[in-house]
Design a protein around this ligand. Structure first.
Ligand code: GAR
Length: 208
């Protein structure tokens, strides 16, 4: 059984997709041990409670400095005794101490086809605003392992989504979520639960 911690900051639709796909049997041999949010007002916390999943808040606001917060975040994750940390719209930079402790055991969903529209400053709606400003016709999402760079870790899965005439950032964001994020994040977790993802020389290989 793969025990996962899901880290969230906002609406939690990716968390919901994981909850739903465990319930439907699309993800098997996986259990959500807990949800951690840096934002006490995140709707994701309500989703966790409705699903009967333990949820906790670890907010930088409640700690004297970043280093103390980073330690508290790592302690919170450690307390859940998990095999995999899933960043599902978690908008905090992951501390190096956590990456060292969980090398190739942290995955993130990013709302673009990496290496496009990623790195510092590209998160949430900003990614879709940038894609529309550039006029690209294909966008998408990426699940990747987290390393010490921003959106630079080994890529596990990607899915492309078409841009349509008249798209607003909000409309495009929703289509990328529905057609890509809520599909590939659960699929990547299921592959990891079944030992089908290996990283060699910085490249992730995913078995069929
Ligand atoms: C998602 O679109 C996710 O890809 C994005 O934040 C949103 C969270 O939505 N993450 C990033 O931009 C990370 N760089 P959710 O809370 O409804 O899952």
């Amino acid at each position: 059984m793969l025990r996962i911690a899901v880290l969230v900051s906002g609406g939690g639709t990716n968390l919901q997709a994981i909850i739903d796909k465990i319930a439907s049997g699309d993800i098997t041999d996986t259990e959500i041990a807990g949800v951690i949010s840096n934002n006490e007002n995140a709707y994701a916390l309500t989703r966790a409670k409705k699903a009967g999943i333990p949820a906790m808040v670890v907010s930088p606001k409640n700690f004297e400095n970043r280093e103390v917060f980073n330690r508290a975040l790592l302690d919170a994750v450690d307390s859940l005794n998990v095999d995999l940390i899933v960043l599902a719209g978690f908008l905090v930079v992951i501390p190096e101490i956590m990456i060292d402790a969980y090398t190739n055991k942290i995955i993130n969903i990013h709302p673009s086809l990496i290496p496009s529209f990623c790195g510092t400053g590209y998160y949430g709606l900003k990614v879709h605003e940038a894609a529309l400003s550039r006029g690209v016709k294909l966008v998408g999402a990426t699940v990747h392992f987290v390393d010490k760079g921003t959106d630079t870790g080994p890529i596990i899965m990607q899915k492309a989504v078409e841009v349509k005439n008249g798209d607003t950032p909000e409309v495009l964001q929703r289509r990328v979520m529905e057609q890509a994020e809520w599909v590939i994040m659960p699929a990547a977790i299921d592959k990891i639960a079944h030992g089908k993802v290996k990283v060699t020389d910085g490249i992730a290989i995913v078995e069929d």
